[in-house]
Design a protein around this ligand. Sequence first.
Ligand code: HAM
Length: 418
Amino acid sequence: MKIAGVKGMNDVLPADVARWQEMERVAREVFALYGYREVRTPAVEHAQLFARGVGEATDIVNKEMYVFEDKGEELLALRPEGTAGTVRAFIEHGAYVEGPQKWFYMGPMFRREKPQKGRYRQFHQIGCEAFGIAEPFLDAEQIALVADYFARLGVGARLKLNSVGDAACRPAYLAELKAYLGGRKAELCPDCIDRLERNPLRVLDCKVESCQPVLNGAPRLLERLCDGCRTHFDQVKVALDALGVRYEVDGRLVRGLDYYVRTAYELTSDALGSQSAVAGGGRYDRLVETLGGPPTPGIGFALGEERLAMILEKAGKAPPAQGPAVFFVSADAEGALEALRRAAELRRGGIACDLDPRGGKLKAQFKQAERVGARYALVLGGAEVQSGQAKLKDLSSREETPVALAQLAGFLASLPRP
Ligand code: HAM
């Protein structure tokens, strides 16, 4: 019986993993430049963590979370995002006593969404969280980090920036928004009407064409920010300008998680189609406290690796070559044994090589060498073993270079990386 993979949960096959490793390698490199250190937290947490942290009224928790009773003992959830678990770990291990911290993570997240291009039920995020600093320059520094990361990968993305206010200015705004939308309910789609009660800010996010006239006329939070939020937002923009980071202010940018205050940002790409957001984040100055820690401001973002891989692929960015340096082609039994020995020797010296223990026709072995992406092929038979001399064939230029077997490792190690 053939058993298929779970809907919306994808395999990343070896040919694509090279691209993923590259995204992760560059992330580690750039994040280190900014002082972020890696944290690894479990994929499973208490369901309550997300209900309290991300928000009971959000689609992510309310509709999309995988929740299960663990043998009737406790209610657990597959993490739908990385921030709540990271904050939990930050509190649980008392990391706040050491002062401000910058952490990053990468790993699978789970949301039971309707699968479509760019939207999956298991997907992977790379995220950063910075704790303990409320100042707007941190926001700008983190946004610059994201911009640097994308630039290093050679992909462009649009950066949208907004302020979603805080406890001082948002409640009055929400009341005003609700009253406005309530008065024009008849013009809204069913989704908006549903959100109007549960999560009115999210109504602004609706993409349905017929809702746009109502939403465009809606009162704007950016014009109603309290002094603290206004100054913060202005300072973020000043710092981004100073850093040369380009952004667009989008007063309708709202995020799907409840913990945000003040800065909210998102990166989008036209290469993605309808699921256009590749990364998103913002400030969450009350979250640590909400989850039982001492008052500690925070800001973070996460990017979707599946979506970033799609952008890279569309942009024609080839993942780095990963084939072996040399593929041994054996001409006879003596050559096959020598190939096995030489391969072991090269591998001990840190040089990737391969061979086909089935032996067989030379032509088939050369084909195999090309298939695995080897840079060179080297034929070994009784004659080469006797003379200690062989020819290294460059598989792209077809050029042959004579080489003494005793010097093979040294020769390969001295070659510049392609
Ligand atoms: P989010 O906007 O929900 O934020 O997700 C961040 C990114 O994860 C999205 O921009 C998208 O690239 C990717 N993503 C989300 N859902 C899916 C899906 N179903 N399939 C594929 N990719 C997806 C957060 O999760 C916040 N925790 C980010 C954050 C960190 N805020 C502060 N710190």
